[in-house]
Design a protein around this ligand. Structure first.
Ligand code: COA
Ligand code: AMP
Length: 272
């Protein structure tokens, strides 16, 4: 960690009550201007025009920035949704999540995890042993923020992911988020698939197993999705966990390995 003069630049776009897109960067003062423009352009490029676009710029101040290495990435070649969810559950179990907790999370993401049965504005927090929900607000959950790739790591990860057949910007952004989450105090594992009906891929990640991606965790056209952060049953400190996720600045400055698609049994055999 080192002191810095960096800024957090965050964009979110919405139409009525509907969240359309969000993205964030951490950049030096001289790059704030171009970064604001880049994020605004990105929000306007989406087919669906926002009626509100908010950009926030905050100096990180003297707060130290954590420099992390991205999780190793592997895609598991599972062609169908039930098979992918089963393999995701087995991987979660290897990471320290009970079968019951994994099942609870998968059912919640499949059916809408918010109190009203829809999408949440952030992630659920689940006890990795019991599956009990620990977030105080089941509409909001918790959102990881204040993270980005360093310039150097960004160039390298684009190339490494592309060599592994992964060119969608979402993979890069989700990998940065999962890397930050994997260092949260008390984290055991994460499960995610998007609520975007056009995006069927998702992942399981954990500090020891890395970022394990599945091309088909849901059916195309399905509006359900979300994130579950599984946390330690014993000694979990919710406020410390949330403070880290929301406030501690993280730059993913070094890149982990990105592997070609792999057979799930071979992967499970390797991580035994
Ligand atoms: N879904 C729905 N609403 C959202 C939202 C989301 N993902 N993110 C923000 N909002 C709305 C909410 O109404 C929120 O109020 P709340 O705190 O009561 O939920 C409001 O915007 C303000 O959110 P806040 O997080 O304070 O805004 P911000 O400007 O600081 O940051 C984001 C907004 C979207 C940049 C940030 O929350 C985020 O998600 N960063 C990560 C982006 C990323 O890389 N994602 C990768 C996913 S693959
Ligand atoms: P996305 O990957 O952007 O499609 O988001 C999938 C789900 O993850 C959303 O429906 C939210 O429930 C949740 N989510 C979105 N942004 C965040 C965030 N910054 N941190 C944690 N969870 C999030």
């Amino acid at each position: 960690m080192e002191p810095n003069t960096l800024y957090s630049v965050r964009m979110r776009a919405s139409a009525g009550a509907r969240h359309l897109s969000g993205a964030e960067r951490i950049v030096p003062a001289v790059r704030v201007d171009e970064t604001v423009n880049e994020l605004v352009s990105r929000a306007l490029e989406k087919g669906c025009r926002p009626d509100r676009l908010t950009v926030a710029v905050d100096a990180l101040g003297p707060r130290p920035v954590w420099k992390l290495t991205s999780l190793d990435v592997v895609t598991l070649d599972v062609p169908d949704i039930p098979g992918s969810r089963l393999a995701a559950s087995r991987i979660l179990e290897r990471a320290g999540v009970t079968g019951d907790a994994a099942k609870i999370a998968i059912n919640l993401l499949a059916n809408g995890p918010s109190a009203s049965g829809g999408t949440m504005r952030g992630a659920m927090i689940l006890d990795a042993v019991t599956g009990e929900r620990l977030e105080t607000d089941r509409e909001r959950g918790v959102r990881a923020s204040r993270f980005d790739w360093s310039d150097e790591a960004s160039v390298k990860i684009i190339s490494a992911l592309s060599d592994a057949g992964l060119t969608h910007f979402r993979t890069r952004e989700a990998l940065a988020l999962a890397t930050k989450v994997s260092h949260a105090p008390g984290i055991v594992a994460e499960l995610c698939w998007s609520d975007d009906p056009d995006y069927t891929a998702g992942y399981v990640s954990s500090p020891a197993m890395g970022y394990v991606r599945f091309p088909f965790l849901k059916q195309k056209g399905d509006k359900h999705g979300g994130r579950a952060f599984f946390v330690r049953h014993d000694g979990f400190q919710r406020e410390v966990f949330i403070k880290y996720l929301q406030e501690e600045p993280v730059l993913v400055a070094y890149i982990g390995r990105c592997s070609r698609p792999t057979d799930p049994d071979e992967f499970l055999g390797r991580i035994r």
